[in-house]
Design a protein around this ligand. Structure first.
Ligand code: 6PG
Length: 474
């Protein structure tokens, strides 16, 4: 591993395919740190700015491969999906044994695993790098979650860790292990990001539609919330958004269409949680909330159909920022608890090296990623106190903080539900909290029902064995 100082004076060359928002900014970042960067983009995105920075661009992949010193390092910054396969198919013919390809897009981790297998057959080292931090992060230092073969690390690590964010001695870079694990960690990062964004959007909705706060009052409230454990990169963005006015439109946020798109990582994470049997209601509710938001026409027509409920403006609840702070903190803790459970289940299921510690994940997420924030220091403390496994909710400090704020959390959720304000993530996180700590849940009736209609048998709490009962009189 090169030293922190060496990382700022990078040696070596890199070819970047795709100079869109992230690719172009990474090219500028790497050039500034001394890397020799050559770029190729069919649509010549940001090419003028890149050439202005002295970055060489080529007109085809063959030219890119020909110009790079051997062993070659190529970074793909193209949209996840078929586009990666198209570029990779061409590169596999052009590259030689010992060359390195890194997919820096938000690819699905099993696609990365598959592609790595293809590259391996040609002795080309293939990596999946989850790169977080958006445009600003790409330009000045993202968080990089790298997965792939150990053998190619001497070529790829100095450059990818060198371009990453730096906070004191900490670097926003972690080598996660083999095949698709880097993209898996990024996928989990993204679904936690979805959940936190959704929780924050729900507080905004409560303030706007239940408390009838004006835009500037909501901005003030979010500014006050953006401190202590809730201080974060996403909250900084919320404060900027809630204060953004222009002469023509006033508060721009009021003019934005409320239909949230998604590029795939949140959905893949939700499917993986279901596949691996990981309870993650807060995470899944955030993905669902985006799908509901896309049903704009149905939402409008059903609001009219059920408008009597909405005609009487809901009565204001006696909620204050302390309540909001508690509910948001608790919801975020549940989101991270579910996210780390998913990480553990993935590591176990796919047999990834267990050297990927939860503290290392907290460190990389807290240095340049969209999730950067004080709460990750709190969660890092949980993993330092535990053996790195188990649930965040099992930590004594977390238990104290959640128990202290429980009534406020319930008050916020109850007030929103009573006023028909949709708060799926807040509700799901409270449901997760109640469900995961209930020693005797209602699944005994589920077992009896399953045995009743399908003779699936059931276990008992007072003796071993599998049992079946003829439940209904003949
Ligand atoms: C990040 C973001 C980023 C995000 C994409 C797509 O860490 O920088 O997570 O990679 O995933 O901008 O976002 P959506 O999935 O919301 O479309």
């Amino acid at each position: 591993m090169i030293t922190v100082d060496e990382m700022d004076k990078l040696q070596g060359s890199i070819g970047i395919v795709g100079t869109g928002t992230m690719g172009g900014q990474l090219a500028l970042n790497l050039t500034e740190r001394g890397c020799k960067v050559v770029v190729f983009d069919k649509q010549h995105k940001q090419l003028h700015e890149l050439q202005g920075a002295g970055i060489k661009s080529v007109s085809c992949l063959a030219e890119l491969v020909a110009i790079l010193p051997i062993p070659r390092l190529v970074l793909l910054m193209v949209p996840a999906g078929d586009a990666v396969d198209v570029v990779l198919d061409e590169l596999m013919v052009l590259l030689d044994k010992g060359d390195v390809v890194v997919d820096g897009g938000n690819s699905y981790f099993l696609d990365t695993k598959r592609r790595g297998g293809v590259a391996d057959k040609k002795s080309i080292f293939y990596y999946g790098a989850g790169i977080s931090g958006g445009k600003e992060g790409a330009r000045n230092g993202p968080a990089v979650m790298l997965g792939g073969p150990q053998e190619g690390l001497p070529l790829v690590m100095p450059i990818l860790s060198g371009m990453a964010a730096k906070k004191g001695e900490r670097r926003g870079f972690v080598y996660c292990g083999d095949d698709g694990v880097g993209h898996f960690v990024k996928m989990v990062h993204n679904v936690v990001e979805y959940a936190i964004m959704q929780l924050q959007a729900e507080l905004y909705l409560i303030m706007r539609d239940l408390q009838a706060l004006a835009g500037d009052e909501i901005a003030k409230s979010f500014t006050a919330l953006n401190r202590g454990s809730l201080r974060s990169s996403l909250m900084n963005m919320n404060v900027a958004i809630l204060n953004y006015r222009d002469a023509k439109d006033g508060l721009l946020l009021d003019h934005i269409l409320d239909r949230a798109k998604q590029s795939g990582t949140g959905r893949w994470a939700a499917n993986t949680a279901l596949e691996l049997g990981v309870p993650a209601p807060t995470l899944l509710s955030a993905v669902d909330a985006r799908s509901i938001s896309m049903q704009g026409d149905l939402r409008k027509s059903l609001q009219n159909l059920y408008s009597n409920k909405d005609k009487q403006a809901p009565t204001k609840a006696n909620l204050d920022n302390r309540d909001y702070e508690t509910a948001l903190y608790a919801g975020i803790i549940c989101a991270f608890a579910e996210g780390f459970s998913l990480l553990k289940a993935g590591k176990d299921h796919y047999n990834w090296a267990s050297n990927l510690s939860n503290t290392a994940i907290c460190d990389v997420w807290n240095c340049g990623s969209i999730l950067e924030g004080e709460i990750l220091d709190i969660i890092r403390g949980v993993w330092e106190r535990s053996n790195g496994d188990g649930s965040i909710l099992a930590d004594d400090e977390i238990a104290k903080s959640l128990s202290r704020g429980e009534s406020s959390w319930r008050k916020v959720v109850s007030a929103a539900i009573a006023a028909a304000i949709p708060v799926p993530a807040l509700t799901a996180s409270l449901g997760y909290f109640d469900g995961i700590r209930k020693a005797r849940c209602g699944a005994n009736l589920l077992q009896a029902q399953r045995d009743c209609f399908g003779a699936h048998t059931y276990q008992r709490i007072d003796r071993d064995g599998q049992f079946h009962t003829e439940w209904e009189e003949k």
